[in-house]
Design a protein around this ligand. Sequence first.
Ligand code: BDP
Length: 696
Amino acid sequence: EDGYELWLRYHPLPAAAAAAYRNQAGQLIVGKATSTQAATRSELLRGLGGLLGTPPPLSAEVTRDGAIVAGTPSSSALIASLHLDTRDLGSEGYLVRSMRVNGHAATVIAGNTDIGVLYGAFRFLRLLQIGRPAGTLDLRDTPRMQLRVLDHWDDLDRHVERGYAGQSLWNWWTLPDDLDPRYTDYARANASIGINGSVLNNVNADPLILTHRYLLKVAALAGVFRAWGIRAYLSVPFDAPVRLGGLKTADPLDPAVRGWWRDKADEIYRLIPDFGGFLVKAHSEGQSGPQDYGRTHADGANMLAAALAPHGGVVMWRAFVYANRPGEDRVKQAWDEFKPLDGKFAANVLLQVKNGPLDFQPREPFNPLFGAMPKTPLMMELQITKEYLGFATNLVYLGPLFKEALAADTMAHGKGSTVARVIEGRRDGHAPSGIAGVANTGSERDWCGSDFNQANWYAFGRLAWDPQQSARAIADDWVRMTFSNDPGFVGPVVDMMMASREAAVDYMTPLGLAHQMGAGSHYGPAPWDHSLPRADWNPTYYNRADARGIGFDRTATGSDAVAQYAPPLARCLADLACVPDAYLLWFHHVPWTYRMRSGATLWQALVEHYTRGLDAVQTMRASWRGLQGHVDAERQLKAAAFLAIQQREAQWWRDASIAYWQSLNSLPLPPGYAPPAHPLRYYESLTFPDAPGQSR
Ligand code: BDP
């Protein structure tokens, strides 16, 4: 049990459950005329064979009860003869229905397309994996967003930026000849949760990826993914025409530059007819952009969009920009720069906006661009890899974080204009729509650096398909599929997962603090740090702590970032009487002695939160220890070892933070709270040049 099988762990079900399901899996009628049909067939045989002991026999028609019939009305005469209403299933939806076919009880899995049928097959297998009844089904489902994409921050030498699970999955050196079976398993895992796109390389992009030699490698991967409904995309550097093409400029209005990109797009589509498009990090953290030539983001994005449009490709243009403007609040910059461009982007451009205005913190308010650009399709970018959440070893289930971001109410069009509705694009009539997650995958056997990190990949896919699902229900499915249906195990583990994100916020950055991690590596606490050359890369820039108080004043008396939110929301966030505690220090600078709604002072509340976070990790650890015997020894021991690391790190976070704040405010600890284990200078002296995943 090394975790390789992920949630597609088709181990034999308990005898009674298997016996019951065998009545619903007596024979299988599914085509293999296309690669997706063949994939569907092989997955059903593999899944049912694994879960039930033997796979059902294949058949051309329904001759007995318990048949499973999968297909589209156009590929299967049998499905067509059932006259199913598939109109509202679109191009990726499916239905799974128990009905009589040829006088026999059958399960019909149908869609308008092969890929819809594949998604339906995975749904059917999931029902068996999680022990749901499968004899009276009437399910219909369609994705709420069109582009459901993983962004891999993988360099071409297999280093993964902010990756904590080994090397890149893509072995660029042995591609295109060697098609590691792992590429197929990657595609299966994604298809099982509805992910339909993969950006293969780092947003800090190397132009080498656009050479013909590398495009052949990309084409080989795209060839593996195709059957599973996944399109390949590439991150491209804006100045590729200069660095690769030998042109003097990358000016987006220059005809030679436009021609270069057009030719490049044509070349790509000759090799990969279903290529998805480009992801661009422009004018951000050292990457070049159209501003280098006196042009706007829209000029740059539209130029690439024009090259891709004839082939149906899209541009995902990132809004993660912040220039080095001392004295300015970094979190305001994207809004200032992009909002005036609303309506200026070509139809096949999506603006890819991080969930929060800063950078994938344990907690941030939502990015005010959501709701502020009704004429532009906005894609949300979430981070699945835990750059700011303790890396691979900390158990932090991100379902609640993703949900919080999606469910946030922008109030942009009155109550109920949630971020999810904005990105779904329905209100503003946008196509395309999408969501991206920065992948946490790597070459380690367990894919994600820990078994529990797999849940974050899983939750991302499930929420990308349907943001309305609950984080708890998704965790419940995942635990059952990954570990066991044993109720004595499922309940406690789901509780543990559901508590884990708030625990991390508490022991790292409670009450609206952010970016207090070690500069550069983002490992461990360093609230004192101001060593980096740019002010806005340093923890002290964000905490603004001194002898009197702490927090970033983003109201009108400070940076006024709050004014970027819709007025009713802005009014609340700016008002100490209304702002939620969770965002207090994000929007306000307050004295250490400030009275919280609970009656405690801010200082007491901070100490309480840090300690509560640490306690929660202790509880998680004890609860996992108590589940020994419910789970195989390998996965039990690994998670136990990682929880021990997490407990040590939570203690470190709590103690180092408290020691630093105390060095400023000279306040005693509230009674009953243990003092930090070491003096502040000990924490300040720790360095980790070897921390994994750093950017280059
Ligand atoms: C930051 C990461 C950096 C990425 C950057 C980005 O620290 O490695 O390149 O985001 O999203 O969070 O471009």
